[in-house]
Design a protein around this ligand. Structure first.
Ligand code: TGC
Ligand code: FAD
Length: 392
């Protein structure tokens, strides 16, 4: 592994917009990523293995449900701290941020927002420490961008619900202790269930052979006449608005997270280009290299400001789903382009695991697809500004 020392870019003194709590949270996660993620993450990706030992450490850091109240064993921080935690985790690897995103926004948040007090007390403290790992099942083999057409069903059988169907592309599914599963009831209304592992008829096979997010576990959730206890229904989620509200929280975290990946790529390319000599001068001295670096820093700065403003709106509960879509779409594309351009600055070295660009680039191909594809987010913005739905 190359010994490049990371220096986080901050061209517009965005740091001054953060309070002490934000900086403490960011600093703790940055130190942890340096110590626990950077030394092992290339090997985990090369071997296509999930570094499971990081889960408990993430819990100790407060990275699971950072914005959920302390009463449930969580840190009770604000949305800016949540964003900065995601930024620092994704500087390490998108897989680590994915683990924390799913656990926080897609498992803990729906239990907190739509669950009963008994469900909150039963599950949230265990999820906060990482004792329990969670998954979120919305996507199906034949329904990805259009989750409203899902075919997974529950039927009321008196003392339990009978669950049938299948979910695909589910982060953490093979090791999840609980899965938040979205299914339609007999009236066709989307409901959320907490499905514990080990129930008869429930399997979660792994999806292997990914070239992206190789340090993250992905799999299916398959339900064949699974009896889910009645008390595991989330009482306060009715309709597609339930899962989409969770997605808003996770998409917000991604808008911050990918800035971390972009910063890592930019900083690595900057340092390398000042040291790498060609034609008797550092490659940083060529105009074409400077164009790449200047444009990268400009885009990172814009993305930081977009994420920060969105965070302040979320703190006031004023951020709209369409505003979140704009930030997710813009910032992921920004990070992917920076991963590609920074890799070029490293020439052949850029394709090796000694440097992080190729890994970030491959990861970001998933990030630009999940939580709503790049084009779906564009259509959400189009719908918001024209009030004409172009989805169908
Ligand atoms: P539509 O009729 O527009 O909406 C249904 C209801 O939901 C409301 N709504 C939202 N509420 C909160 N947050 C949002 N983001 C919302 N978007 C919509 C909407 O107001 C409506 O409410 P109500 O009360 O009137 O019923 O629904 P539609 O069927 O037309 O679909 C719209 C569309 C295409 C935008 C939506 O379905 C969509 O976002 N598709 C993309 C699917 C997606 O993002 N899947 C992600 C799966 S999870 C994942 O990828 C995890 S990755 C994990 C990791 O990080 O590792
Ligand atoms: P499709 O919906 O089939 O889309 C294919 C293409 O068609 C895309 O380019 C899309 O933009 C385009 N398209 C679709 N509809 C339209 C339209 N109306 N207009 C124009 N273009 C359109 N899901 C979960 O529920 N939980 C998870 O934990 C989870 N984790 C994931 C982890 C990974 C690594 C990946 C890759 C995916 C994960 N997903 C998860 C699934 C993810 O959310 C879906 O892949 C995503 O929503 C897109 O669905 P799809 O792959 O079925 O693509």
């Amino acid at each position: 592994m190359a010994t490049i020392k990371y220096k986080s870019p901050d061209y517009y003194q965005v740091d001054e917009l953060f309070n002490n709590e934000h900086k403490i949270a960011r600093g703790a996660v940055r130190d942890w990523v340096n110590k626990s993620v950077i030394p092992i993450i290339d090997e985990a990706n090369q071997k296509h293995e999930f570094p499971r030992h990081l889960v408990k450490e993430l819990g100790e850091l407060g990275a699971f449900g950072p914005y959920i109240p302390e009463k449930y064993g969580c840190p009770g921080m604000d949305q800016i701290s949540y964003g900065l935690i995601m930024q620092e985790l994704e500087r390490g690897d998108s897989a680590v941020r994915s683990m924390a995103s799913v656990q926080s926004s897609l498992v803990m948040y729906p239990i907190f927002k739509f669950g009963s007090e008994e469900q909150r007390m039963k599950y949230l403290p265990k999820l906060a420490t990482g004792e329990y790992i969670g998954a979120f099942g919305l996507t199906e083999p034949n329904h990805g961008s259009d989750p409203g057409s899902m075919i997974t069903r529950i039927v009321d059988k008196g003392d339990h619900y009978l669950l049938n169907g299948a979910k695909m592309w589910i982060t953490n599914s093979p090791i999840a202790d609980i899965s938040i599963v979205w299914a339609k009831d007999e009236e066709g209304i989307v409901r959320g269930l907490i499905v514990e592992k080990g129930l008869d008829g429930f399997t979660a096979p792994e999806t292997k052979g990914k070239w992206s997010l190789r340090a993250s576990l992905t799999g299916e959730l398959v339900f064949d006449n699974v009896k889910v206890p009645k008390e595991n229904l989330l009482p306060n989620a009715k309709g597609l608005r339930g899962p989409l509200t969770c997605l808003s929280s996770a998409r917000y975290g991604i808008a911050w997270g990918v800035i971390g990946a972009a910063m890592d790529c930019y900083d690595t390319a900057l340092q390398y280009s000042k040291e790498r000599m060609q034609f008797n001068k550092p490659i940083a001295g060529f105009q074409l290299t400077q164009k790449k670096l200047a444009e990268m820093l400009t885009e990172i700065t814009k993305a930081q400001l977009l994420a920060w403003r969105l965070g302040t709106l979320r703190n006031d509960d004023r951020a709209t789903p369409a505003q979140i879509s704009m930030a997710k779409r813009n910032n992921v594309e920004m990070a992917l382009k920076i991963a590609r351009d920074s890799r070029q600055i490293l020439g052949a070295m850029g394709i090796t695991g000694d440097y992080p660009m190729m890994r970030h680039m491959m990861n970001l191909e998933s990030v630009i697809t999940y939580e709503g594809t790049h084009d779906i987010h564009l259509l959400i913005t189009g719908y918001d500004i024209t009030e004409i739905n172009a989805f169908n």
